[in-house]
Design a protein around this ligand. Sequence first.
Ligand code: FDP
Length: 345
Amino acid sequence: MKILPYQPDQSGMAYSVGTTLDRFIKSKQSDFPFASGELSQLLRDIALAAKIVNRETNRAGLANIGGAFGQTNVQGEEQQKLDVIANIRFMRALSKGGEVCAIVSEEEDSVIDLQNGSGKYVVAIDPLDGSSNIDVNISIGTIFSIYRRKTPVGSPIQEEDIMQPGKEQVAAGYVLYGSSTMLVYTTGFGVNGFTYENSLGEFFLSHPAIQAPKDGKIYSINEGSELEWTPGVKNYVDHCKKSQYSARYIGSLVADFHRNLLKGGIYGYPSTQKNPNGKLRLLYEANALAFIAEQAGAIATDGVQRILDIQPETLHQRTPLWIGSEKMVNEAMGFLNKKREAVNL
Ligand code: FDP
């Protein structure tokens, strides 16, 4: 019997499909010296829920044929909005996995205690971000933050487990349901992006070690709110126009952030008269994107301090957000408050 060592095919007849998310997560487990695999499993649980939500978002138009959302379908069941469905999917995946003890979700008023005695992690999640874009076939996303609980595993959940500043995140990521579906995440060792291959049902590494451009020419802000801006914001946006930057604003935070992360740009959601603390949520929107931004060499501030340093006080706390290429964010800060130094992170 002849035994030969495996020689990978060099003929080019079958191209390599690349690294799956699963394999990548496994290969990175050694980044955490005392990790027992729970965080890896948790990331896999999130990826599974994301695949299901991806399927649901792709069918959004078809679901409407059977009755508009909010109405009953032929079986007499009430059709749920996609953000509610996404919440159910992520909750289910996170509760079944066993690694998570508590969840903060945009869709839930209170902290959800999974009553899972062995769960080490707390997850904050916006299951489907960009709600105004769901029904009109425009990119939407999921945003998640993962924290290690502070109190002993198995004991009742305490406020200190939940109200952690963003700098305590052990992992964070987002899923973008767009012209292709991508999962981008960090565990504090850089940022990697994975694109979903529908026919294989797998995420493949497509954007390894993402680095945000230090400067850019895109500014993303809802100019419909101009009359409510402070003079500093107005002056900055005037500066963007004079500098012939390009305005790009989808109205789905994940999509706007993702584009600027790859191409270079700034996203701003400042405080306005209508929303004195801005609109975006600290726990499950700003923190995750700020962690990813910093890991990719970009920055994130509320205009006064680094997003990741903010000590949360309430569950659904809002924060102004300026996030993106370092030079652009620092330039914006110069306009927001001439007396204050640009943010140096
Ligand atoms: P939405 O409320 O539509 O779910 O999460 C807040 C958010 O989405 C962000 O995704 C988005 O960037 C922002 O609101 C858009 O808000 P405006 O319509 O006020 O610009």
